[in-house]
Write a protein that binds this ligand. Structure first.
Ligand SMILES: [Zn+2]
Length: 85
């Protein structure tokens, strides 16, 4: 995915991120970072059913974060990290 640091024009000091939901460009303070975990398994032909899970850091603008209930997920993640689980 497009995480190239070269060729990205930064206005001022603020970094811009592309929204994973709608593809819009927004300044960081207008969105949230969300690490989503996706799991996939290797080819079933060989019988080796090895599943990998990778974590993808994605940015969402505020409206997409609200729509997709990402804000709630992030809240829950933070609560777990504090040990309130
Ligand atoms: Zn969006």
């Amino acid at each position: 995915m497009g995480q190239s640091r070269k060729g990205k024009k930064n206005r001022g000091r603020e970094r811009s991120e592309t929204c994973e939901g709608c593809g819009r460009l927004f300044p960081r303070h207008r969105g949230v970072e969300y690490s989503k975990r996706s799991t996939f398994s290797t080819d079933l032909r060989t019988g080796d059913n090895v599943s990998h899970s990778i974590v993808i850091d994605a940015w969402y603008c505020l409206s997409c974060a609200k729509h997709r209930k990402i804000l709630e997920k992030i809240k829950r993640q933070n609560e777990r990290q504090r040990g309130a689980f």
